[in-house]
Design a protein around this ligand. Sequence first.
Ligand code: NDP
Ligand SMILES: O=C(O)C1=N[C@H](C(=O)O)C[C@H](O)C1
Length: 233
Amino acid sequence: MKIGLLGYGKMGKTIENIALNRQHDIALKVDKDTESYNLDGIDVAIDFSTPDAAVDNILKCFSHNVPVISGTTGWLQHYDEVIALCKEREGSFLYASNFSLGVNIFFELNKTLSKLMANLPEYTISMEEIHHTQKLDAPSGTAISLAEDIIKNSKYGTWTLDAAKPKELYIDAKRIADVPGTHEVTYKSSVDTISIKHTAHNREGFALGAVIAAEWIAGKKGVFTMKDVLNIG
Ligand SMILES: NC(=O)C1=CN([C@@H]2O[C@H](COP(=O)(O)OP(=O)(O)OC[C@H]3O[C@@H](n4cnc5c(N)ncnc54)[C@H](OP(=O)(O)O)[C@@H]3O)[C@@H](O)[C@H]2O)C=CC1
Ligand SMILES: O=C(O)C1=N[C@H](C(=O)O)C[C@H](O)C1
């Protein structure tokens, strides 16, 4: 498969190694200095760029009829318009806030736990996410996905980064050098604490999931999620 890497930073380079090991060609590498790029002959594009660049990259793939998967976070205020354009242009698109198998299992655990806790208002829920200091967005896309699933089954109407808003689900977004990505959800009452936690040890799980998703979407049309790829949940 000929892969185009839209974004060739920490994730783009990790994806390149895994894709080459799985016998794919990296036919295009795009970074901030790329003035324009040509998608001719690309089977699937993989976007791990920046919050400001992701939407343009994705729309360009729709225009050139190239299936695209995106792991870039921090652009979700445009998600609905991107999906509408994908459908209008009969494109192929998959966004995941986190491509790792472990986090996708963690998403399912989080949903199950939130349903079990739905009628127990004595528990206060909070979240913590920790990432490296180069990360541009906060909270992480993964934390937003977890929060949205918790909110559906809780008294909270929205999430917040402000600990002084007790009616909202608090996400403590910490930035510490070299941390690839840690997420924890905690339910606390006066008598006990329940918590679930996922810790990424490196970026390889994210990158392998992205390459598996790229292999899966090749030749398909539509809007997909990692649940379609992994057949879980
Ligand atoms: N969904 C998931 O599983 C995961 C998602 N992420 C997300 O992926 C994104 C990238 O992460 P990471 O690789 O760590 O970040 P990096 O900062 O290491 O890489 C970003 C890359 O995007 C490039 N870039 C900047 N502008 C453009 C543009 N207009 N078009 C194409 N590329 C551009 C940068 O170029 P230059 O090098 O020249 O600056 C750089 O190569 C982030 O949003 C992050 O949150 C990260 C890990 C897992
Ligand atoms: O920027 C990162 O590094 C990561 N970003 C994703 C997110 O925002 O959730 C996924 C992962 O946690 C690493």
